[in-house]
Design a binder for this molecule. Structure first.
Ligand code: WT7
Length: 659
């Protein structure tokens, strides 16, 4: 374990504050303690019961097929339509007039979209996509701002049994191209642009760029059409025959579309996430199990009362949180939610709190990095708004430090709202470890307990349970409904990445360090692999290193995640510059241009906070870069044990250069 995590553990060990649920909250809560007992008695029957809360065109008779691990099948002989469950079902039940989306654009424009309206729109889009040749199993890439059409696009693809691959709008044309190619997308749905920080940030040009210049790339072009929502009104290039305006074709399409049933294991989406190698992994999720767990967890962890609550999850649909807790969970539960296009600080630093007051948000779900940046600005800003509608708060994406937890509770939650710290991953599809509001006594900084129906453990390198009071690796010991079904096009990598390490035990290896306290509650300690978590976004050290060495000035590069007060971790890059470039450019100029380069190659979120230009990198005798030592430097600490270095003097040279 690194020094970084051990000091963090010492700090967390001092945390003794406890918050019991209020009687009032507990009395009205969706969850109660009997869920644990029920799930413990018969896990599969428990999940079958949750699955039956959905509408099945053909009811399932099988629950879990684990005969070919790690390839699970859930509810395999059942058939359903995911979009029907999120839309038509509510309209049929007489709730068509309920607002599904309380949308606000960054410039302040507003739209309220009811379940009936959203259903109608999705049916039209489904008809348009059918007209473009999209059928079950085809891949559709979605590269959009946070506008209602983005949700409609996802659901229309799902309605056809096709597979969406949402690519975060902040990713570069190159990243988009890699994802389009890997999935072999037939259609791309995008917008001309979306609002970001007071300006229109163009999207369609990145799509054009991703689809252009393919000569010599060796990759066959698969995209036949680009469907474009007009949002930013920015000027865009147009390829007649390939490109279609949403506002021309969608309203003109029929609003009659009957949702067909698809097998529970029909793929629903691919979502790319960073792994320990340079190439992002296309995490594959399927329909019945995914929707079951996304819906159930949203209901019990976020305590959704669809008739009265206003839910707001601030995540972008480009991430798994946006898939499970913006699109699928809340809509399957028939909830009303806020959807916001912009950034938290535009046009003023209280924009989020203003939205909470305006829409009467009762359940608020965001990331620790956002909370910490608000803490920095100070409580005066949220204090200007009436946040009394809030009754439950959630945290996701990275460990939340006790200070941020307490601030969140006091300043945003009015000292009464319970906080659920929810641990999960793109791969798990839905929340796995969290308190249940109204049931669990919460502890600032701890995600605490596995949800009913979920089995986890903290183990040592050999896979043995570490026991209370000890740290180790987080594993998931039993299959779960929303588990990833694989990595798109790469079953071997799926087995190797998640199942090889604890093959003997058959455990899923999550890549997170964790500690069990004396009560057996889980405290997450961050990644144990070469994955960084910057502002709750997952980035691969290797991916950024390969972007850096792809620059003509760079000879070698090593990237580490250095702890950062606001963003959790920050990207710190150590680069060796080719001699000819060093002679001609200033180190500052080089560092600047390399930061920009990484932003262009991957996306602005991957831009290094620091670029250190060095002459050598610390390597072991076998040539492995010792990132631990670089992390010491980046975090301004005394450099740790260097005895395994091939050249033990290297670190003093690097330290001297960096200071
Ligand atoms: C990684 C997964 C889950 C949706 C957002 C991120 C870290 C996530 C927590 C939490 C401590 C957390 C883990 C995990 N993480 N939630 N509550 N406490 N760590 O999804 O991009 O797939 O990243 O985020 O390290 O492995 P993701």
């Amino acid at each position: 374990m690194t020094d970084h995590t051990s000091s963090q553990i010492d700090h967390l060990l001092d945390e003794t504050r406890r918050f019991a649920p209020s009687g009032e909250f507990a009395a009205a809560a969706v969850a109660d303690a009997t869920l644990y007992a029920e799930a413990a008695e018969d896990r599969e029957a428990f999940w079958a019961e949750q699955a039956r809360a959905l509408h099945w065109h053909t009811p399932f008779t099988e629950v879990l097929d684990w005969s070919n691990p790690p390839f699970a099948q859930w509810f395999a002989d059942g058939e359903l339509n995911v979009a029907y469950n999120c839309l038509d079902r509510h309209v049929d039940a007489g709730n068509g007039d309920r607002v599904a989306l309380l949308w606000e654009g960054e410039p302040g424009d507003e739209r309220r979209v009811t379940y009936a309206e959203l259903t109608d729109e999705v049916k039209r889009v489904a008809n348009v996509l059918t007209g473009l040749g999209v059928t079950a199993g085809d891949r559709v890439a979605i590269y959009m701002p946070m506008i209602p059409e983005a949700i409609a696009a996802m659901l229309a693809v799902a309605r056809l049994g096709a597979i969406h691959s949402v690519v975060f709008g902040g990713f570069s044309a190159d990243s988009l191209r890699a994802r389009i190619d890997d999935a072999g997308a037939k259609v791309v749905i995008t917008a001309d642009g979306g609002y970001r920080k007071g300006k229109v940030s163009p999207l369609k040009p990145a799509v054009d760029q991703a689809l252009a210049d393919r000569n010599g790339s060796g990759v066959q072009e698969t995209v036949e059409h680009v469907l474009v929502v007009q949002r930013g009104k920015n000027e865009v290039a147009w390829i007649e025959g390939r490109d279609l305006w949403w506002h021309e074709v969608v309203p003109a399409a029929s609003a009659d579309h009957e949702a067909q049933p698809f097998p529970a294991e029909n793929p629903l989406f691919i979502l790319y996430t960073s792994g320990t190698t340079g190439k992002p992994k296309g995490i594959l999720h399927t329909s019945g199990g995914y929707l079951t767990q996304a819906t159930f967890t949203n209901k019990v962890v976020h305590d959704i009362h669809p008739e009265t609550d206003v839910f707001w999850c601030t995540a972008d649909i480009g991430w798994i949180t946006g898939h499970s807790y913006v699109t699928y969970g809340p809509l399957a539960n028939g909830a009303t939610q806020v959807l916001f296009e912009g950034t938290p600080d535009t046009p003023h630093p209280g924009r989020w709190w203003e939205l909470i007051e305006k829409y009467g948000v009762s359940i608020f779900y965001t990331a620790p990095t956002a909370i910490r940046s608000f803490m920095k600005i100070g409580r005066a800003v949220p204090k200007k708004f009436d946040l009394s509608s809030i009754r439950l708060l959630g945290s996701v994406g990275e460990p939340i430090n006790p200070e941020a937890w307490m601030w969140y509770r006091k300043v945003i939650g009015g000292k009464t709202a319970p906080i659920v710290d929810t641990w999960w991953q793109t791969e798990t599809g839905a929340i796995m470890v969290s308190a249940l509001p109204g049931v669990t006594e919460t502890k600032p900084g701890s995600a605490q307990v596995p949800l009913p129906g979920i089995s986890i453990d903290v183990v040592d390198e050999d896979g043995s349970h570490v026991g209370n009071g000890n740290g180790g690796l987080l594993v998931i010991t039993e299959p779960w409904p929303s588990m990833l079904r694989g990595i798109w096009g790469d079953p071997e990598r799926f087995v190797e990445t998640y199942w090889e390490k604890f093959r003997a035990q058959g455990y899923y290896f999550a890549g997170d360090g964790a500690r069990l306290d004396d009560d057996g509650d889980v405290w997450f300690l961050g990644r144990v692999d070469d994955v960084m978590n910057v502002s709750g976004h997952r980035l691969s050290t290797t991916e950024i290193e390969s972007a850096l060495v792809g620059n003509e000035a760079v000879a070698e590069a090593a990237v580490v995640g250095a702890s950062d007060e606001t963003t959790g971790q920050a990207v710190a890059a150590f680069v060796i510059i080719k001699r000819s470039y060093l002679a001609e450019h200033s180190p500052d100029g080089l560092a600047q241009s390399l930061r920009a380069w990484v932003g262009e190659q991957i996306g602005p979120i991957a831009r290094p906070r620091d670029v250190y230009i060095v002459e050598e990198l610390p390597k072991t005798r076998s040539g492995k870069i010792m990132r631990r030592l670089l992390r010491d430097v980046a975090e301004g600490r005394e450099v740790g044990d260097t005895t395994t270095l091939a050249d033990t003097a290297v670190m003093s040279v690097i330290s001297a250069q960096v200071r």
